[in-house]
Design a protein around this ligand. Structure first.
Ligand code: HEM
Length: 134
C-alpha cells in the first residue's frame, strides 16, 4: 500500500469506528480551536462543509503522495479565493491540524507509530506551503 493509500485507509477506518461522523466532528473541533471562523460560513452550511472537507482531505492525501507542486498551486488559489470570505491564512493551518487531531483521537488504540509519521510528514509539507502565502 502506498503512503496515500495508508492515510486514506485511516480515514475510512475512522468513519467505520465513529458512525461516519468525520465531517461534523472535524468542524465542531475546528470551531472550538478557531471560534471566529464559524460566523464566516453561511447559516445553511451542511453542503459547504461536506464539499470543503472533501477538498481538505484531498490536499493532505496529495501531500502524502508528494504531489507538492500541485498542492502549492491548488492551495494558493484556494487561499486567494477564500480571502473573499475573510478567511485568514492561519485558519488554514488550524483546519488541517484539526483534521489530524480528530482522526488520531477517533482511531484510539488503532493509531500506530507509522500513521503518526505519515500524517505528520504530510501535515508538515502542507503547512510549509501555507506559510508561503502568509
Ligand atoms: C485546505 C483548506 C481548504 C480548502 C481546500 C477549501 C475548499 C473550499 C471549497 C472547495 C469551497 C466551496 C466552493 C468555493 O468557494 O471554492 C469552500 C468554501 C468555503 N470555505 Fe473553504 N477550504 C479550505 C479552508 C477553509 C478555511 C480554513 C476556512 C475558514 C473559515 C474556510 C471557509 C470557507 C467558507 C466560509 C466557504 C463558503 C462560503 C459560502 O458558501 O458562502 N475554508 N472551501
Amino acid at each position: 500500500m502506498s503512503n496515500k493509500e495508508k492515510m486514506a485507509a485511516s480515514i475510512e477506518r475512522y468513519q467505520q469506528l465513529n458512525n461516519n461522523d468525520l465531517c461534523p466532528a472535524h468542524f465542531r473541533y475546528f470551531y472550538k480551536c478557531c471560534p471566529e471562523a464559524e460566523a464566516l460560513f453561511p447559516d445553511d452550511n451542511g453542503l459547504t462543509h461536506q464539499q470543503m472537507q472533501k477538498e481538505v482531505i484531498n490536499v493532505i492525501l496529495d501531500a502524502a503522495a508528494e504531489k507538492l507542486d500541485f498542492i502549492d498551486g491548488h492551495l494558493g488559489s484556494e487561499m486567494s479565493k477564500h480571502e473573499a470570505y475573510d478567511v485568514e491564512p492561519q485558519m488554514f493551518e488550524i483546519m488541517l491540524k484539526s483534521l489530524f487531531d480528530v482522526i488520531k483521537k477517533g482511531l484510539g488504540e488503532e493509531w500506530t507509530d507509522e500513521l503518526d509519521l505519515l500524517w505528520n510528514d504530510a501535515l508538515k509539507d502542507t503547512l510549509k506551503i501555507i506559510e508561503q502565502y502568509h
